[in-house]
Design a protein around this ligand. Structure first.
Ligand code: TSJ
Length: 640
């Protein structure tokens, strides 16, 4: 090759690294802490590749006191001989984008051909980067500043610092503050990443050293048990129902390892890795595992007579109820898709994982019947709960013919014109009775509720849906509810324009208000956001003057004002709705011409939701204050 060619190439190389410095985000995701830590991972990945190739057993990462980081391995050492471009291969690794590991020269291909392509990116984004390669009896040395080589090559080769019997690679670099907003590596993130790498590569030792002032530490990770130990770590503090299970096999050239363990909880956690890369968006390897696992469990459950002919299969979710699993594959040509390019797309990965899971797991379960029975036990529990919930739900969805008036429940209105209809949810049977008598039965429905409805913040969904008052409300409103099973709520089916909560102006009343609002907020939030929910404002007092008309007073401020303008009057204090006769109730609280309603808006409720603890706690006084201060902006409401 002519010298001129080389010079031309060298210029393009430097332009490449200049592009990295201009748009660092394109290469490392960002210039904050996450991008910064990423530099370390990019370098370490190269050493992990050397391990996968079968030549490296130890990797060491040191956060130095001066803010630089040193990464080293005991592999074969990056090749330093003359590459076909005429310069040391090491220079090609650190100055060529998308090179490193993947040399043009077939002989230098890594066994896995995996990743580790980012050394030149790290170089470009470092104030300085130093390389020491221990290889062929010598220590070879190189150095870059902002990606540019500062060492003169002799005959295309690196200078030697001295002799050595060791082999390996040591890189040290200092992130460029002109690029990064912060140049302080996060010790915990790097330490965790090294531990994760140890779980994924059993037998590989990874050391982490921190030499920074005040945070000195030295830890060594080596996980002989691999992902089995990872599973134990993920399930730490939980109650496992069996020992972790590990299966491994190769299918269609794809290496597959799966570990799982069930715990005594209704949770599912399935993690996936491809070529040591965490696939947070899942993908084909996860799908392949899940599908085959479900099939296997159903087959065994039938074989063992746990599922009878008449029984439906367990659902996929049933068979994974309580599962913690890790699916790890090695693929020669992975395709990463999805929003964050962390979803494996290769169809053959699904096939391979399914094949290995099927074969190996059957071999295992045939020999470990107790484990199998524990796992099927989890699926049975899940199916039982699922069926109970479905039953409650179908009961709710069966449209019954509004006949609860006979049961002393809902007294519906005659009109079906939802825009004109209102439903009063009334605390207590006696107030409910008065309200039924007082109402305009054409447009006003009354639903008396007894005692306190369930606190939906604390209750599980099946309890909530089993609660009589809540069932009645869902049926009466007619628009379903949203939670858990996807969104079944349809506001257009709402049978009443106004849902009016009518409770006593005392602590118990406030509590019921809060419980009802919490229920609406959780299960029918649009009722609130679309402005259909109101709090009725019954008066606190009635003033009867010696002369002139009697007056209802709705709060203490109104009473003060009344005292200033009237001398001789008697004051009746209402303790509860039950104390008013039907005429008083109509006049003061229900008659659209004269009543005061407070519309509940979503901002109020958003706030209330943030203070749920306050509202739901045992401390009654602050709760009352909250509801009452928010009822202040009461407004006169005209009949529409
Ligand atoms: F240690 C480290 F993490 F800092 C690091 C190690 C950083 C970088 C950029 C590279 C490495 C590294 C590279 N460790 N080991 C290797 N091995 C090779 O590059 C290598 C060695 C020999 C052969 C061969 O075919 O003889 C091929 C390769 C790819």
């Amino acid at each position: 090759m002519a010298a001129g060619d080389y010079t031309a190439k060298n210029i393009t190389v430097l332009e490449g690294l200049e592009a990295v410095r201009k748009r660092p985000g394109m290469y490392i995701g960002g210039v904050g802490t996450s991008g910064l830590n990423h530099l370390v991972y990019e370098i370490v990945d190269n050493a992990v590749d050397e391990h996968l190739a079968g030549y490296c057993t130890h990797i060491s990462v040191t956060l130095e006191a001066d803010g630089s980081v040193m990464v080293g391995d005991n592999g074969r050492g990056i090749p330093v001989d003359r590459h076909k471009t005429g310069i040391s291969a090491e220079r090609v690794v650190f100055t060529t984008l998308h090179a490193g590991g993947k040399f043009d020269n077939e002989a230098y291909k890594t066994a896995g051909g995996l990743h580790g392509v980012g050394s030149s990116v790290v170089n470009a984004l470092s104030t300085w980067l130093e390389v020491k390669v221990f290889k062929g009896g010598y220590i070879h040395y190189d150095r870059y500043e902002q990606g540019k080589p500062v060492i003169e090559l002799k005959n295309g080769l690196l200078p030697k610092l001295g002799r050595t019997d060791a082999t390996g690679t040591v890189i040290r670099f200092s992130p460029d503050p002109e690029i990064f907003t912060k140049t302080y590596f996060t010790a915990a993130m790097i330490r965790n990443r090294l531990h994760e790498t140890a779980y994924l590569n059993p037998g590989l030792t990874l050391e982490f050293h921190n030499r920074r002032a005040g945070e000195e530490e030295d830890v060594v990770f080596c996980e002989e048990e691999g992902i089995t130990a990872y599973i134990r770590e993920l399930n730490k503090g939980k109650t496992p129902v069996h020992e972790p299970v590990l299966v491994h096999g190769v299918s269609d050239g794809i290496d597959v390892t799966v570990a799982f363990q069930f715990v005594d909880l209704f949770e599912e956690k399935v993690l996936g890795y491809c070529n040591n890369i965490f696939t947070s968006e899942g993908g084909t390897h996860i799908t392949g595992f899940k599908t085959r696992f479900t099939g296997i469990i159903n087959n065994y459950a039938r074989e063992l007579g746990i599922l009878k002919d008449k029984d439906d299969n367990f659902t996929g979710a049933d068979t994974r109820c309580g599962m913690t699993a890790i699916v790890v594959i090695k693929h020669h040509d992975p395709v990463f898709e999805g929003q964050t390019k962390t979803k494996l797309g290769n169809a053959d990965a699904a096939k391979a994982v399914a094949a290995v899971t099927g074969e190996q797991l059957e071999l295992f379960f045939d020999k470990n019947l107790e484990t199998l029975k524990s796992v099927i036990g989890c699926a049975e529990k899940s199916a039982k709960i699922r069926k109970a919930e479905a039953k409650v739900k179908s009961n709710l969805l069966t449209k019954s013919k509004f006949s609860f008036d006979g049961n002393g429940k809902l007294a519906n209105c005659e009109s079906r014109d939802a825009a004109k209809c209102e439903i009063f949810i009334v605390e207590g049977d006696s107030a409910g009775g008065s309200a039924k008598m007082a109402r305009n039965r054409r447009y006003q429905a009354i639903l008396p509720i007894r005692g306190k409805i369930l606190n939906v913040e604390k209750a599980s969904i099946d309890k909530v849906l089993g609660n009589a008052e809540i069932k009645t409300m869902i049926q009466a409103f007619g628009c379903g509810f949203s939670e858990g099973y996807g969104n079944n709520f349809d506001i257009t089916k709402l049978r009443y324009d106004k849902i009016i909560i009518m409770t006593d102006a005392d602590v118990d009343g406030s509590h019921i208000d809060t419980l009802l609002l919490t229920f609406f907020y959780r299960f029918m939030p649009e009722l609130i956001s679309e402005g259909h929910v109101y709090l009725a404002q019954p008066p606190l007092y009635q003033a009867v003057p010696s002369r002139g008309p009697k007056e209802y007073l709705y709060d203490d401020a109104a009473l003060e004002k009344y005292r200033k303008t009237h001398k001789n009057f008697t004051l009746q204090r209402y303790k509860g709705l039950g104390e008013m006769d039907q005429e008083q109730l109509w006049e003061t609280t229900m008659n659209p011409e004269s009543r005061i309603l407070k519309r509940v808006d979503i901002e109020d409720f958003y706030l209330a939701n943030q203070v749920t603890d306050l509202l739901m706690g045992s401390d009654v006084e602050p709760r009352r204050d909250y509801i009452h201060t928010h009822a202040h902006e009461a407004e006169l409401d005209a009949w529409a």
